[in-house]
Design a binder for this molecule. Structure first.
Ligand code: ADP
Ligand code: MG
Length: 262
């Protein structure tokens, strides 16, 4: 039983047939418990659309989306989403942003307070407990967004280029933090990026998408996924170097195709 699955999904934007923009065509994808699946593809190929379908924000014209064998018909706290822009509530403190979900669900404080404290500590935010969002750097804001998603104990965490707006240094720290937390909590993750290095660093499986209308072009397992993985290990490992060259080739080819169909 997959934690999240797309079954022969076809999706287009636009209501009238003539004005339709086909985005996904017959896409099937199964994500198993504890996997870290990276969707890799050129801009505009439908990566965000796949996440939005998985989240239940959009409905496919054909095919279906299943979450542990249940049909996805709308958003659910069991499928958490982290966007490129952290979208924090500006009028709430860091702590109140992180605990917003469980408080809205009316869960008892004894349930969420210890988890919030632990997550804030893991994210290096304990000193910023009472800070306002506008006082935080981009990386800190994104850590608050991660803690806010994780406190819900989601079955699946959907991440849409979450580090795309960060500077290279912060981005690399955030990638490490995400990997550490994922290793500890083993949440199933579907992560979108157009960056091949990021895909290989994070993913246990890389799903390369074709240009619009998006299809799955190829799936690549990353064999070092379970072991220690950092930029240096990946750069020196010949298997990873081959995967990188191959993935780069595929993405460049699809990016050129995307330019041609635009
Ligand atoms: N709300 C929308 N209405 C119409 N077209 C859209 C909408 N959102 C995205 N698109 C188009 O659908 C295609 C896929 O978009 P998206 O899933 O955001 O791609 P990606 O995340 O891979 O860059 C693009 O051509 C984009 O312009
Ligand atoms: Mg996108």
């Amino acid at each position: 039983m997959a934690d999240i699955a797309l079954e022969r999904v076809t999706f287009a934007f636009g209501s009238s047939r003539a004005a339709q923009l086909p985005v996904l065509q017959d896409v099937s994808l199964q994500v198993e418990r504890g996997e870290f699946v990276v969707l890799l593809g050129p801009s505009g190929c439908g990566k965000s659309t796949i996440l939005n379908l998985m989240a239940g924000f959009e409905t496919p014209q054909q095919g279906r989306i299943l979450s542990q064998d249940r049909l996805v018909t709308g958003p659910s706290p069991s499928r958490g989403m982290v966007f490129q822009q952290p979208l924090l509530y500006p009028w709430l403190s860091v702590f109140d942003n992180v605990t917003f979900g469980p408080r809205m669900q009316g869960l008892p404080e004894a349930d969420w307070r210890p988890r919030a404290t632990e997550l804030l500590q893991q994210m290096g935010l304990q000193r910023h407990h009472d800070a306002n969002p506008w006082e935080l750097s981009g990386g800190m804001k994104q850590r608050v967004a991660l803690a806010r998603a994780w406190i819900m104990r989601p079955e699946v965490l959907l991440m849409d280029e979450p580090f795309g707006a960060l500077d290279a240094q912060t981005r690399s720290l955030m990638q490490e933090l995400l990997l550490e937390t994922w290793r500890r909590l083993r949440t199933t993750v579907v992560f979108v990026t157009h960056d091949v290095d990021e895909a290989i660093l994070l993913g246990t499986r890389i799903v390369v998408m074709s240009a619009r209308p998006g299809r799955i072009r190829e799936q690549i397992n990353v064999p070092v996924a379970a072991g220690p993985r950092d930029v240096e290990v990946l750069a020196s490992d010949p298997v990873c170097r081959n995967i990188k060259a191959h993935a780069l080739h595929l993405v460049r080819e699809e990016a050129r195709r995307h330019l041609a169909v635009q």
